[in-house]
Design a protein around this ligand. Sequence first.
Ligand SMILES: *Cc1c(COP(=O)(O)O)cnc(C)c1O
Length: 481
Amino acid sequence: MNITLSNGKVLPIEMHQIKIVQKTHLPPASRRLEAMQEAGFNTFLLRTKDIFLDMLTDSGTNAMSDRQLSAMMASDDAYAGSESFFRLAAAVQEVFGLRFVMPVHQGRAAEHLLAKAFVKPGDAVLMNYHFTTSKAHVDLAGGRVIELFGEDALETCSCNPFKGNLDLGKFAAAVEERGPERIAYVRMEATTNLIGGQPFSMQNLRDVKAMADSFGIPLVFDGSLISENAYFIQQREAEFAGTTLQEIILEMMRNVDILYMSGRKSAAARGGLIATNRKDFYDRILAWLPVYEGFATYGGMSTKEIEAMAVGLREMTDPAVASSSADFIEYFVRRLAEEGVPVVTPAGGLACHLDATRFLPHIPQSQYPAGALAAAIYIASGIRGMERGTISTDRGADGSETLADMELVRLALPRRLYTLSHIEYAIDRLKWLFVHRELIGGLKFVEEPAVLRFFFGRLAPIGGWDERLAEDFRADFGDAC
Ligand SMILES: *Cc1c(COP(=O)(O)O)cnc(C)c1O
């Protein structure tokens, strides 16, 4: 929620009070340098005891509400027929208008079952953009992902309010080229994660659905970040200016054949689900559910998390909840842009993304500017972000480096976890780092796994810049902060 101050400035404000807290601490700069060295300059390998603000991801790290926590206490543990499942089904019916629901242990489990049920070897799956796990499951089923994003989806500096839109011309061309029978489904991802949390418009979703129907292709909707996309539609698409988020979500669902989602993001729980009104689709997916997840009424989830997800689904339709991260991110991005720090615009729905290509133009892509920036941010602030660039892109089959489309550092804002003073602190340290950007150098691999190297790979700074950066930081702030 945004409020306007008496001086005309807009301030994002917390529409909740904090009743349970977890103590955190800021390790001194000398310890941060050491911890980064121990972690092989890979933020995934840091331990949380060394982290002040954890902005690695918004997945499963959101603050939960009092109602979610109390619902967990009253869960009904049963292998089959659990009341917790029926409370989830009621929430899915109310929030999405969908009759059939299957719990799964998380979002990627839904992707696995969908690929099992729909993707045959040689099939294509069309997407507005891929997500790492959604692509992996299509690949493993022998299918192929074709991305149909618009012209400026990958531009880091843009005014397009709907960079997540799927390009209809490319859609028609892909169907023309392969034939509709070789296309398993078209997948629309809400608040498109890997291009910076960018939404699609309702008009685009309606157009994609109409075209998919004309070819007889099912539309699968990845709703992991659905409430943020609904909020952006309300804020940015004229037709929906006065419409409630609940109505927007229902209108979205009138344009999908199958919804699936991770429960770890918008729903502020842990788990996932698949839902549909198509009995034939439900039956087809259900056949795989007990094999990989569990019985139809728990699907690999604990009943406690089923209860938390049911409450989380209803709560995410509250504008105070749906806007909580988005408004803070917008503030974060706007303030950094005012200071000249290169960020991705417009602000998205899950994180503030820094553009390492513009932040560190002196570091060639082969020396991983986004990885270097993520390491430098940690040394200068104790904040953990995530590299989304060439390190996150594995080498080609011949061992050659694949340079990423974009070199980004993602600073995710878990929903309702941090306060505005945390954001102010982050802005200040990023400003300092930008002024001292010449101190930052590149990285090279010292241990490099062949697959998903960003998780476990270890790197080293080229030319000992880490020590110099920490020294300059201590000269300005002392060791304690
Ligand atoms: C996180 C996420 C997934 C995968 O969900 P998990 O619960 O992490 O398995 C799929 N799609 C999108 C858009 C996501 O953000």
